[in-house]
Design a protein around this ligand. Structure first.
Ligand code: URA
Length: 294
């Protein structure tokens, strides 16, 4: 085989894996992380504090210690890639932060976004895609970025992924009157490309304020970009989904339980994963029941 052929074959194999949802590089030799964790000295996770923030926004997994926020963790401390929640200082958008913090209501936040010029995606998009559903809902769903249908309608999740999302929510008794839906990106990336780190960073202060103002009981984070950004985690969605985390930001009165799950667009490509999402939705429904107990 010629060099060019093997490169093309390797690229084709990589593209196939990405299409199949493999979004993490795993070592060739298996590593016993439990043994490593047992040997490592206890360390507190580094705070995800952009330079101009007053307080950290971080998430703690709730798998085994439901009440504790920001508890020390042994396994994945500082060595991993920088999570999106910690944009490099050059990307921290001070005007975005100030504008977002100044909003006292969801309407003011929408107006602030209309006035905001710090995200270049706005120049190519047709509409701002802010939110859909009921802002007083107990459940807030945060997706990734608007597509062509959403860009046209100015509403999140109205295309084929949104229709699947509606069909997934119905069996647990939820619909757009009982959920509130948004994305981590407010304008459609051209050609539905992945948003850049800078675009995510520009929108993030508004997303955080959005969650503070909506103040839901639980967050459902659909897809890796949403989960990794809001939870400041570097694992892929395959590892994050189905686990409860606590989401916190500067001006929140209490942390909010957050559950990552697969994105409906991924389920359209790989319907076998619907079984996992069904489990996540049952967990969501159960959590709503628990939180409703006096
Ligand atoms: N995918 C998303 O993540 N959000 C939308 O609004 C539409 C598709």
């Amino acid at each position: 085989m010629r060099d060019g052929d093997s490169t093309a074959a390797a690229l084709a194999a990589l593209a196939w894996q990405i299409e199949a949802g493999a979004d993490e590089a795993i070592d060739i030799v298996p590593a016993d992380r439990f043994a490593e964790a047992a040997e490592a000295p206890a360390r507190v996770e580094p705070a995800a504090v952009p330079q101009n923030r007053a307080a950290p926004n971080r998430a703690a997994p709730l798998d085994d210690e439901p009440q504790q926020v920001n508890r020390p963790r042994l396994a994945d401390a500082s060595a991993g890639p920088i999570p999106l929640r910690t944009p490099p200082p050059a990307l921290v958008d001070a005007p975005a932060h100030t504008l977002a913090r100044a909003a006292r209501s969801l309407e003011e936040l929408r107006e602030a976004l209309m006035a905001f010029d710090g995200c270049p995606l706005k120049d190519t998009a047709t509409n701002l895609v802010f939110a859909d559903g009921n802002p007083a809902s107990r459940v807030m769903i945060v997706g990734e970025a608007p597509g062509a249908d959403e860009d046209r309608a100015g509403k999140p999740f109205v295309g084929i992924s949104g229709q699947l999302l509606d069909r997934m929510l119905a069996p647990i008794g939820l619909d757009r009157t009982s959920v509130y839906i948004t994305n981590i990106i407010f304008w459609r990336p051209p050609g539905n490309r992945q948003p850049t780190t800078a675009e995510v960073a520009a929108c993030l202060p508004f997303v955080e304020r959005h969650i503070e103002l909506a103040n839901p009981d639980v967050l459902l984070l659909t897809g890796g970009a949403s989960a990794k950004t809001l939870l400041a985690r570097h694992e892929g969605i395959t590892r994050l989904r189905g686990r409860w985390f606590l989401y916190e930001s500067t001006d929140m009165s209490r942390p909010i339980p957050a559950l990552p799950t697969f994105h409906p667009a991924y389920l359209l490509r790989d319907p076998a994963q619907k079984r996992e999402v069904w489990r996540d939705l049952l967990a969501l429904s159960e959590k709503l029941g628990e939180l409703a107990q006096p």
